[in-house]
Write a protein that binds this ligand. Structure first.
Ligand code: FAD
Length: 474
C-alpha cells in the first residue's frame, strides 16, 4: 500500500460531525480521493436544525458545552456565533405534584447539594454515579440541613437524578460509571452556549467552509452520497476493502473511517464487518451504552409561563407517583421539567430520557401531546393553552442512530473496556490501519458531545496522515 495521498481511496461512513471533521481534515492534509457515504438524505447526523416558530430549533445537539479546550468553541470564538446562556437550569422553579412551589432559596440549596453530590475531583471512584450521589446527598443534608423535610428532600433528590440521567443519557444513574464520569473532561466556561437564531447546523457550515446557501456543501462538494446505507465493510481481500451499500453498489477503498453511532454498531456489527471485529472492540461495543434522550418543542401564540419564570422541574410526591405508575401515562415520570428556549420567545422545551423515552417514541403524536397537557395541568396553577405547533424527537426508533448519546457504564468498568477499545483501528497483516473508528463514543474524554465527535474525526484523519507521512519518509 505505497500509494500517495493523491490516489489513495478513503471512504468515510456517516456524515455527522465526526465524518465531516474527518473528511475535511483529510482534504486539508492533501488527500484527494475522499468520499462520504451517508444513510440519511441529509448532512449532520445528530446535529439536526429545523425551521420552527420564530426561527429554528435543534432536534439533536443544541448547546456548545464549555469554552476552554472545546474544539467547537475554539473554531467559532472569533466570529461571535455563540452566546452565553448562563445558568438557565439554576433559575428554573421546583414544583411538587400538588402544585406547591418549593421556596426558591430552599430549592436552590437542595439542588446545590444534589449537584455537589455528583462524583467530581481527582479522587478515583469505582462505583456508579447513582450510588455515589445518594450516599453523598444524604450525608450533606444531615450536615447542612438537618431539620429539612425529608420527604421534600427525597423528592428533590429524585428530580435531580432525573435531570442528571438526561445529561448522561442513561436509563438510571446506577448504570453510569463513576470513573467514566470523572474521566470526562468538562471544558471550563459557559456550559450552555447557544447558537442564537441559527442553530448548531451553522457550525457544520463552518467546518466544511460552506456559504449560507442551504445546499452548499463547501469543500465537500461532490463527495457526499446520500441514502447510501452501508451494509458490509469487507476487508478479506488483501488489496482493498469492499464497502457494500443497500442499493447494491460496492465501492473499493484503501481505508474506511467508520463514524456510525454506538447504537448502530451494537445492532449491526456482526453483519457490517467481514471478517468479524477483534474481541476487544466487540467487548467495548457491547458494554458501552447509547442512551435515549428525546426533546419536545411546543410553540404557543404567546409564552405561557409568567415573565419571571424560566421553567419548572417536576417533583413527584409519592402517592401521586404511585397513581401515575399504574396509569397509561406512566412514561411522564421521566420528563424532568420544562423550560424556555433562547431566541424563541413563544416556545417551551421539555426533555425525556431512558426507557420511558423509548416508550414515548412508540406513541402517536396526539397521545404524547395529551400527556404533556396533563402534566402541565398536574403541576401548574395556571392554564397552558393548546400549542399551535408541536414536534418531538424519536432518536431511538431511527435505525441510523438507535439512541442519542453514549456514556461509560459500570459494566464496561467491570470488563476493563472503554472508548479506547472502540478507537483502536483494525490493521491488516502488514500492520497498516485499514479500518478506523471515529464518532463521539470513541472519545475518551469528550464522549457524548459534538466536540468529542469532531476531535475523534480529526484524530482518525491525522492517524492516516501520519501513516502516509511515515511511508513517504521511509
Ligand atoms: C437529543 C440530543 C441532544 C444533544 N445535545 C447535545 C448538546 O447540546 N451538545 C453537544 O455537544 N452534543 C449534544 N448531543 C450529542 C451530539 O449530537 C453527538 O455527540 C454528535 O452529534 C455525534 O456525532 P457523530 O458524528 O459521532 O455521530 P452521528 O451524528 O450519529 O453521525 C453518524 C452518521 O452515520 C450515519 N449512518 C448510520 N449508519 C449508517 C450506515 N450503515 N451507512 C451510512 N451511514 C450511516 C447516520 O445517519 C449519521 O448521519 C445531543 C444529541 C441528541 C440526540
Amino acid at each position: 500500500m505505497s500509494k500517495s495521498r493523491e490516489i489513495v481511496r478513503i471512504v468515510v461512513v456517516g456524515a455527522g460531525a465526526s465524518g465531516i471533521a474527518a473528511a475535511t481534515r483529510l482534504l486539508e492534509k492533501g488527500f484527494k480521493n475522499v468520499q462520504i457515504l451517508e444513510a440519511e438524505n441529509r448532512l449532520g447526523g445528530r446535529i439536526h436544525t429545523i425551521p420552527f416558530a420564530d426561527n429554528v430549533v435543534d432536534l439533536g445537539a443544541q448547546w456548545c458545552h464549555g469554552e476552554k479546550g472545546n474544539a467547537v468553541y475554539e473554531l467559532v470564538k472569533d466570529i461571535y456565533l455563540l452566546e452565553r446562556t448562563g445558568d438557565l437550569f439554576g433559575t428554573v422553579r421546583c414544583v411538587r405534584s400538588n402544585k406547591e412551589e418549593v421556596p426558591q432559596e430552599l430549592a436552590i440549596t437542595l439542588r446545590g447539594i444534589a449537584a455537589s453530590s455528583i462524583p467530581d475531583g481527582p479522587s478515583p471512584y469505582a462505583g456508579s454515579v447513582g450510588e455515589y450521589m445518594s450516599q453523598k446527598y444524604w450525608q450533606q443534608i444531615n450536615i447542612q440541613l438537618p431539620s429539612v423535610d425529608r420527604t421534600l428532600a427525597e423528592e428533590m433528590l429524585e428530580s435531580c437524578k432525573r435531570s442528571e440521567s438526561s445529561l448522561e443519557g442513561s436509563d438510571n444513574l446506577l448504570e453510569v460509571s463513576g470513573r467514566g464520569h470523572l474521566e470526562f473532561a468538562e471544558s471550563d466556561g459557559d456550559q450552555l452556549l447557544n447558537w442564537r437564531d441559527l442553530g448548531f447546523e451553522r457550525f457544520l457550515r463552518l467546518l466544511r467552509s460552506a456559504s449560507d446557501q442551504p445546499d452548499d456543501l463547501g469543500v465537500l462538494k461532490g463527495r457526499v452520497h446520500y441514502q447510501k446505507r452501508v451494509t458490509e465493510i469487507n476487508s478479506n481481500c488483501p488489496c482493498n476493502l469492499e464497502v457494500r451499500c443497500s442499493d447494491g453498489e460496492t465501492l473499493n477503498a484503501d481505508h474506511v473511517i467508520c463514524t456510525v453511532s454506538l447504537g448502530v454498531l451494537q445492532e449491526q456489527h456482526t453483519t457490517l464487518f467481514v471478517p468479524a471485529l477483534p474481541a476487544a472492540k466487540v467487548n467495548a461495543i457491547k458494554s458501552l451504552k447509547l442512551g435515549t434522550v428525546n426533546k419536545f418543542y411546543l410553540e404557543f401564540a404567546a409564552q405561557p409561563l409568567p415573565s419571571d419564570c424560566a421553567g419548572f422541574y417536576c417533583l413527584w410526591m409519592e402517592q401521586d407517583l404511585e397513581v401515575l405508575r399504574s396509569s397509561e401515562l406512566f412514561w411522564l415520570e421521566s420528563i424532568s421539567g420544562c423550560h424556555r428556549v433562547s431566541y424563541q420567545p413563544r416556545l417551551l422545551q421539555a426533555w425525556i430520557a431512558g426507557e420511558h423515552a423509548r416508550h414515548m417514541e412508540t406513541l402517536t403524536e396526539e397521545k404524547v401531546l395529551n400527556g404533556l397537557s396533563w402534566l402541565f395541568r398536574k403541576f401548574l396553577n395556571f392554564d397552558v393553552p393548546q400549542p399551535k405547533r408541536f414536534v418531538r424527537t424519536q432518536w431511538h426508533s431511527n435505525p441510523n442512530f438507535r439512541g442519542s448519546y453514549s456514556f461509560r457504564t459500570t459494566k464496561a468498568d467491570e470488563l476493563s473496556t472503554g472508548p479506547w477499545d472502540l478507537e483502536t483501528p483494525v490493521m491488516n497483516e502488514n500492520g497498516q490501519p485499514i479500518l478506523l473508528f471515529a464518532g463521539e463514543a470513541s472519545s475518551k474524554t469528550h464522549y457524548s458531545t459534538v466536540h468529542g465527535a469532531v476531535e475523534a474525526g480529526w484524530r482518525e484523519a491525522d492517524r492516516l496522515s501520519d501513516f502516509y507521512q511515515d511511508i513517504s519518509t521511509k
